[in-house]
Write a protein that binds this ligand. Sequence first.
Ligand code: PHE
Length: 341
Amino acid sequence: MHPLLSQLNAIAAQAHTALSAVTTLPELEAYTRAHLGKHSPLAQMNKQLGTLSTEEKRSIAPALQALRQELEAHTHTLQETLSTAAMQAELAAQWYDLTQPSTARKGSLHPITRMRHDIEDLFSSMGFRIADGPHIETEWHNFDALNIPPTHPARDMQDTFFLRTGHANTRENTVLRTHTSPVQVRSMLQYGAPVRVVVPGRVFRNEATDATHDTAFYQVEGLVVDTHIHMGHLKATMQTMLERLFGTEVTVRMRPAYFPFVEPGIELDMLYTKADGTEKWLEIVGAGMVHPHVLRSCGIDPSVYSGFAFGFGLTRLTMLRYGITDIRDLFSGSYSVLSQF
Ligand code: PHE
């Protein structure tokens, strides 16, 4: 027998023994490199073929070729078997019961949202319509129609975010609304009198931020216009709202205050019991009887109709109700804060 042929037999025997010992994919990879790779005995013998006579080549080359094909076929089959087994093992290990109830905390509503829902519910039950208006507001709706003339300090750069571009259609000057009061105007223009609306919404002020101030916060506006509306209706409405929100009897007082769009104007305080048991008056609501100029700007005859309007900080009332002391906690998205609700 040609010495190369018996060498080939030896290589074959060795390769078969080694292959039968392979049980994992990494082992198979090492095996393939060692027995079929560039530096394998098979590859080396292939190189030697070049030095042989045509006769010798004719007897050895087919045997060499056959052995390589046989080994390749075996490793290929083994590769498939092993990777199928590996995948099955992985699937078995990563089995999930999709019907198992989660131990993770479920989602809940943000305190501002809960408060807004409560307010919408209680005003709906008193016959109010929930209204909304744009965040980008014309100066006319935010100021002029509310009896705030162009020279009024409320238009000062300190408070208002003025927008450089005018209204998309009318080119009127626009601002980020500084209060929800422009929706009083929009509601009267849309529905006429009588009207009863409540307006929860975002407002914007160009102010430094601290524990109780943010540049964006939530207000709730209310407006009632009808015949024979007076301050008593306002006081009763505010008292009812606060008692329903806080779930206790509430003492309120009214002090004179100035807002250009009401006359007379008041601030409404609530007697608040602090955690240590002591009591304190807290200013909660700005309100008053709708100014005749405002009614007239909205096409309503002040000799026939009167109305009251109020506005308060939804953010602030939420903080009071839940005992939150830093406004930034409310809007930081902090899990430790939100998970308490
Ligand atoms: N718009 C006023 C504010 O932002 C509040 C207010 C509303 C006062 C309605 C009177 C009547 O402070």
